[in-house]
Design a protein around this ligand. Structure first.
Ligand code: NAD
Length: 412
């Protein structure tokens, strides 16, 4: 199994070959320009803990490509964050924004930290230090961070506030902010809602009816996808998170599960279902991996019962697992399409900040669904014409658009 970065690069290379980019654009160094980031920013943040002692953190911001617009991408707080992971996530952002046709490039940031081990005041100091170090590199027309794993509206508010101390106050410097600070209605829910929107398109294509859903990861993406399924009357029969797995063949009470998670820190011990030993092989028609990378691997892909997988997380399926799923005729809606709802509504937030005019949640959702359905149809059409998977089709569409812009811009 390669690293996530190796896997991402190898799929870009394969896509470039499929599109004969080397032959069509000789000497344009497309692969290098797609796989080597524009700028790699790595630094140390030293933060004083509440006890008075100091702690040192590794911090990253990767600006992958701005060929289609300002850099855009989330900030991840997780103990396993490293340079390669952030590079892969930044590359995926470039592909994602191109695929769903928004005027951004791709970036990603991260800090190697388990946010649960810090107090809110320690976290605030860390976020402010991170922002201060990046103050020349971010901005509403330069690079616009957003939440990812381990971060939320709270951290975005601190970034906005720290940035404003050093530069002109600009709401559009960051998205996923609290509503009171220029956030958009529907942003918090957008990634999960987008996952469900693409799931509905794929289920229609497969002719699935009265299907059951299993969801891995019950954070921002997973819990909002679960809530949306629940609101639509689609049964969520299994959920897992870092604390454990719970199943109920009659459907889980998702609002009650969210309450339980908020009170206890996880879904373990939720009284509305039974614990589950092996989540990925549990019976369900649709599986939504919404936790993190490399969760569906050669070791567990064969045991998956679902007919449809919709990737809420980035990179949840390894290339080896992808092959196994293809041979089992399981349809996989790829991450750069399925979880693009977050960056789409981040774009809407940035537009609203620039206009100073704020939309109703219904408008946000309608515009989100229209874009995602259109993107799904384009990916399906490309995949069918080229006789490739939806993932390969999505990469073809995204890469073709990026390369067109590279060529049009010239190189001087
Ligand atoms: P989060 O931190 O809010 O939640 C992560 C969830 O995954 C938690 O419930 C955690 O317990 C669970 N988890 C972690 N390790 C696990 C394991 N080994 N088994 C089962 N569950 C596990 O993060 P999030 O913002 O929901 O992001 C989840 C994924 O979605 C990431 O890959 C992220 O890059 C991607 N994503 C997030 C957004 C967004 O808007 N937040 C947008 C696009 C993509």
């Amino acid at each position: 199994m390669g690293t996530v970065l190796e896997n991402a690069i190898s799929l870009v290379q394969k896509t470039a070959d499929l599109l004969t980019l080397g032959k069509r654009y000789p000497g344009m160094q497309i692969i290098e320009r797609m796989t080597i980031p524009d700028k790699v920013i790595m630094f140390r943040a030293t933060v004083q803990l509440d006890t008075g002692s100091l702690k040192v953190f590794n911090c990253y911001r990767i600006q992958h490509s701005d060929v289609l617009g300002p850099y855009k991408g989330g900030i991840r707080f997780h103990p396993e964050v490293d340079l390669d992971e952030v590079k892969a996530l930044a590359l995926w952002m470039t592909l994602k924004t191109a695929l769903v046709d928004i005027p951004y490039g791709g970036a990603k940031g991260g800090i190697t930290v388990d946010p649960k081990t810090l107090t809110p005041t320690e976290l605030e100091r860390l976020v402010r230090k991170y922002t201060f170090r990046l103050v020349n590199d971010i901005g509403p027309n330069i690079d616009i961070p957003a939440p990812d794993m381990g971060t939320s509206a709270r951290e975005m508010a601190w970034i906005f506030d720290e940035y404003r101390k050093h530069r002109d106050s600009a709401y559009g410097v960051v998205t996923g902010k609290p509503i009171a600070l220029g956030g958009s209605l529907g942003r918090k829910e957008a990634t999960g809602r987008g996952v469900v929107c693409t799931m509905l398109e794929a289920a229609k294509e497969l002719g699935l009816e009265n299907y059951t859903v299993g969801i891995q990861g019950f954070g921002n993406v997973g819990s909002h996808a679960a809530l949306d399924c629940h609101a639509r009357g689609i049964k969520v029969t299994g959920v897992s998170d870092i604390t454990g797995s719970v199943q109920n063949p009659d459907g889980l009470d998702i609002p009650a599960m969210i309450k339980h998670r908020d009170q206890t820190g996880g879904i373990e011990g939720f009284p509305g279902g039974k614990p589950l030993a092996d989540f990925t092989s549990a019976p369900c028609d649709v599986l939504l991996p919404c936790a993190k990378e490399n969760m569906i691997t050669a070791d567990n892909a064969a045991g998956i019962k679902a007919k449809l997988i919709v990737e809420g997380a980035n990179g949840p399926t390894t290339p080896e697992a992808d092959q196994i799923l293809e041979s089992k005729n399981v349809l996989v809606v790829p991450d750069i399409l399925a979880n693009a709802g977050g960056v789409i509504v981040s774009y809407f937030e940035w537009v609203q900040n620039r206009e100073g005019f704020y939309w109703e949640e219904e408008d946000v959702n309608n515009r989100l669904f229209t874009r995602l359905r259109k993107a799904y149809a384009c990916v399906r059409d490309t995949a069918t014409r080229k006789k490739v998977s939806l993932r390969q089709g999505a990469y073809c569409l995204a890469l073709e658009k990026i390369v067109r812009a590279m060529v049009d811009r010239g190189v001087q």
